[in-house]
Design a protein around this ligand. Structure first.
Ligand code: IMP
Length: 430
């Protein structure tokens, strides 16, 4: 069973949704390995735009099996909303199209309340020494961190228990004894196990038919093409990203193996945006501020798919590219949103940083240092021409082809696909 992993190679929002949708044409199974409703994958088919936070984007392709892996943290409310949204579009999803891992963790109401509450602020106050300004992580408020924290402290509620009425109530009673102390401390409303259980009952019934041992299910897919749909990005990885300004999972190739429960990945496809964006706080060495940032944000429509927040924008960062290449070992790379650079006279690419007067070529391990890094740029000629209608590499302006070759050298992998617009057709296969 050939397995391909799609990996976000920067800080998330690289346009993976479109690429997954494109590659899922050849996939029999599409799997998500990590994260939860913090992700937002936008699929545009003709004039129809669909944003998924949880369900793998393969659901838009008839005949694919879509799997939500054990590494995910699943909010039943959001998942049911997505199922309803699909039904409204005339896509009825049954267990033959969607499988949810019995081992995946469930986001409960208290996780979201704690994520949004002062708990994070309090944590930030404690880590203020990490930055002069006390930058906020700015989570998506979807309960991701608190849910993964429970997973690690072995008090989480997994899908297998969530759909079991007896186990769920028992676990809620145990957990709420502690969670209510926290909720009270952070000025949030306390919850009773019975009330919360009552709210969960219908949701559990609705999801029950989809909940299976996805490891066993995938083992049965012998000879099928499996696509692991990445969420977030490598620089948000809890180990390899800009800790603590990261998410709470491992959206990298190692995390994929754990989050799906497989021992081999044949192809690792890194997705880079032709420039850089990030939502939330933390280091972003090539960030462009004010009007300069707007020049990328406006044509790129750079607003978060999950929270609507304006994304921070900057030039392509070769130091980040080398770092994420080392972590993931891309066998090929795809570049999205090249057309957003159409209007620029010249385009800058960061090749190294200056930190405390010294040139460095590796991404620093401490966020505090990364925030002090000054990018060293190479300036390349722009193409000043609309490329959204181009479908073949040879029809791209010479400066755009040069830019692509330059990125290939910087990343250290071949670019196999270039996206020049949001729709399925606006794609150049090399
Ligand atoms: P959390 O994942 O909600 O805990 O948020 C932690 C950090 O990761 C915040 O800076 C978020 O903005 C960022 N983040 C989480 N998911 C995504 C994503 O899918 N795309 C981009 N940024 C994300």
């Amino acid at each position: 069973m050939p397995v391909t992993a799609i990996i976000g190679a920067q800080w998330g929002d690289e346009g993976k949704g479109k690429i997954v949708d494109f590659l899922s044409e050849k996939a029999d199974v599409v799997v998500r390995a990590a994260g939860g409703a913090n992700a937002g994958h936008t699929i545009i088919i003709g004039k129809d735009k669909t944003v998924f936070h949880l369900i793998p984007s393969g659901i838009m392709r008839e005949g694919t099996l879509n799997v939500m892996g054990n590494g995910m943290v699943i909010d039943p409310i959001v998942l049911i909303e997505e199922l309803d949204k699909l039904e409204k579009k005339g896509i009825t999803v049954g267990p033959e199209r969607l499988a949810i891992s019995r081992r995946a963790h469930v986001i409960m109401d208290y996780h979201k309340a704690l994520d949004k509450a002062d708990m994070i602020k309090d944590y930030e106050r404690r880590v203020e020494h990490l930055s002069e300004k006390g930058v906020e992580i700015g989570t998506t408020g979807r309960g991701i961190g608190p849910c993964y924290a429970d997973k690690a402290s072995r008090t989480g509620i997994r899908m297998a228990d969530f759909i079991d009425n007896t186990a769920r109530l028992e676990l809620l009673k145990k957990n709420l004894a502690v969670k209510n102390v926290l909720l009270k401390h952070f000025g949030q409303e306390e919850m009773t196990a019975e009330e919360l259980d009552e709210r969960c009952r219908g949701r559990a019934e609705r999801l029950k038919p989809f909940v299976v041992d996805t490891g066993v299910l995938l083992e049965q897919q012998k000879g099928k093409n499996i696509l692991i749909e990445g969420a977030q990005g490598t620089m948000l990885d809890i180990d390899h990203g800009t800790y603590p300004y990261v998410t709470s999972s491992n959206p990298t190739v190692g995390g994929d193996m754990i989050g799906v429960g497989i021992s081999r990945i044949d192809k690792v496809v890194g997705i880079f945006k032709a420039y850089t964006t990030r939502v939330g706080g933390g280091p972003l060495p090539t960030e462009l501020h004010g009007d300069e940032g707007e020049k990328l944000r406006q044509p790129g429509g750079e607003y978060g798919a999950t929270t609507g927040r304006p994304r921070r924008c900057g030039w392509f960062d070769g130091v980040v590219a080398r770092h994420t290449m080392r972590v993931n070992g891309y066998t090929e790379v795809m570049v999205t949103k090249l057309d957003v650079l159409d209007g620029f006279e010249t385009i800058k690419v960061c090749t190294a940083y200056e930190l405390d007067g010294e040139r460095i070529e590796h991404f620093p391990s401490r966020a505090e240092d990364a925030m002090k890094c000054k990018p060293v740029y190479e300036e390349l000629p722009g193409w000043k021409q609309d490329i959204t209608g181009v479908r073949k590499l040879k029809h791209l302006p010479k400066a755009a082809r040069n830019y692509i070759s330059y990125l290939e050298k910087l990343i250290g992998a071949k670019i196999s696909l270039i996206s020049v617009g949001p729709s399925r057709e606006q794609t150049i296969e090399k």
